[in-house]
Design a protein around this ligand. Structure first.
Ligand code: ADP
Ligand code: MG
Length: 254
């Protein structure tokens, strides 16, 4: 009776303190502690650790959800033997994420299918797992948000989130031409993010072609100047992974 009362009191107190996982698992944890004859210190330590782990997992889930990935890709699935443009050493350095800490940018350029988006999403996902806030956007969607930030609440939320991120992926830069007005908005954003947010850009264009899709050589130079200040560039050449690993549904003729 007394024990039952204590348990109910602890649960109520846990609720007051916002210790949700402790409240939900208390009976089981007490049962386990009794079964294994845990010391008071070990029991209390386990209760706290369970709560902390739960909170960390929740926060990680939230970061991944809010990053806006179109789908998930993982570093562990990235086949380095297929991608000859990234050495094992570079790959490990990228995965260490010290470059995010130092606010370096990364430009992944190359033709379709070589793994630019895969690597960008996998790095940003990995960053989320490690406690960094990351955001994903395509260039097209970013332009749409920048154009409508004053009138559309969703655009505002997305841009605000981007500005608070440690790492931003801008996918597919250069696929579509952008207007002078959009170019200016892009420049302003890049300037604001400088020394605050690491940016991964994936692009099918070489630097010399940026002036063309931005339709303004001076602006292209200014943007590239900002981006390249602390930046590594990986030219991802080679064959398309999609074409090389094409899946088909028609049976071979016998
Ligand atoms: P890109 O963005 O360069 O056009 P993606 O990253 O979308 O190419 O890659 C196309 C497909 O091939 C994706 O399904 C991706 O997971 C896969 N892929 C590309 N490169 C690799 C690689 N080195 N290892 C494993 N999968 C890869
Ligand atoms: Mg891509």
């Amino acid at each position: 009776m007394d024990k039952q009362f204590d348990v109910q009191m602890i649960k109520a107190n846990a609720t007051t303190l916002g210790l949700i996982q402790t409240r939900n698992t208390l009976e089981q944890q007490i049962h386990d502690a009794e079964e294994t004859e845990k010391s008071y210190a070990t029991f209390l330590n386990d209760v706290f650790s369970t709560e902390i782990k739960y909170r960390q997992d929740k926060a990680k889930e939230k970061r991944i959800k809010e990053a806006g990935f179109p789908y998930l890709k993982y570093l562990s699935d990235f086949d380095l033997s297929f991608c000859k443009s990234v050495t094992k050493k570079q790959f490990n350095q990228l995965a260490e994420l010290t470059w995010v800490e130092g606010v370096y940018n990364l430009i992944l350029s190359g033709p379709p299918g070589v793994g630019k988006t895969h690597l960008a999403i996998a790095l940003a996902y990995h960053a989320c797992e490690r406690g960094y806030k990351a955001s994903y956007t395509t260039m097209q969607s970013l332009m749409q948000c920048l154009r409508t930030v004053e009138i559309d609440r969703r655009s505002r939320v997305k841009i605000n989130r981007i500005k608070k991120s440690h790492l931003l992926v801008i996918d597919e830069v250069g696929y579509l031409p952008i207007s002078a007005m959009e170019g200016n908005l892009f420049f302003q954003l890049i300037s604001e993010l400088q020394e605050q947010t690491s940016i991964i850009i994936t692009t099918n264009k070489g630097f010399e072609e940026w002036a063309e899709f931005l339709d303004d050589p001076a602006l292209a130079t200014a943007i590239l100047d900002r981006l390249s200040y602390q930046c590594d560039r990986i030219k991802m050449s080679g064959k398309s992974y999609r074409l090389e690993n094409r899946k088909s549904f028609l049976k071979e003729e016998s």
